[in-house]
Design a binder for this molecule. Structure first.
Ligand SMILES: [Zn+2]
Length: 178
């Protein structure tokens, strides 16, 4: 699929691989592309090529379960996990909006989705809860099991306590509400 540069100055598109969040090290994003131009700054490009649309005629994208066309203008449903996915990408990559691209051999539709700080905050709180209650305990347990001597285990526990304090201080306002 070719991403065009019509209407932009010095337009370019790059692959960015996996980007880790600078505040929450356990959160990462891997958008399809990041686009840049001199006139609009930079933004996320996320591309979906739904197999169910491969042989459908043009104008069929509104049949997709994550598309709402009730207003006559196609929008990505906020209740769908694709919406959470691109909110995550925008938050981690610090981009203000996403071009959500739907492609089939018959047509291409671009839906512009802006960053929603409220949705992101809810997502972040759920992620922190999951990390604190499920990921972190298992990581600590696995680390402790790998170290044989009591001296090694004590040293590791002290390091983990230091890291946890850092984690809790950085997320105190959110964790206090969990
Ligand atoms: Zn531009």
């Amino acid at each position: 699929m070719k991403i065009t540069c019509e209407g932009h100055t010095n337009f370019r598109v790059i692959s960015c691989g996996l980007v880790l969040d600078t505040t929450h090290c356990f959160i990462g994003a891997s958008p399809d592309r990041i686009a840049y131009c001199d006139c609009h700054g930079s933004w996320i490009v996320e591309i979906k090529c739904p197999a169910s649309m491969a042989k459908q005629p043009p104008g069929s994208f509104d049949q997709l379960p994550y598309i709402d066309n009730s207003s006559g203008q196609m929008q990505l449903k906020k209740s769908h996990h694709y919406f959470s996915q691109i909110m995550l990408y925008m938050a981690v990559c610090k981009k203000p909006y996403t071009d959500f691209v739907l492609w089939s051999p018959q047509e291409t539709v671009v839906i512009n989705v802006e960053f929603d700080a409220t949705v992101w905050q809810e997502f972040l709180e759920s992620s922190l809860y999951f990390y604190r209650h499920f990921i972190m305990p298992i990581s600590v347990q696995n680390c402790l099991l790998k170290h044989q001597t009591s001296q090694q285990r004590l040293l590791l526990l002290l390091m983990i306590c230091f890291m946890c304090s850092f984690f809790y201080v950085n997320n105190a306002s959110i964790i206090s509400r969990l």
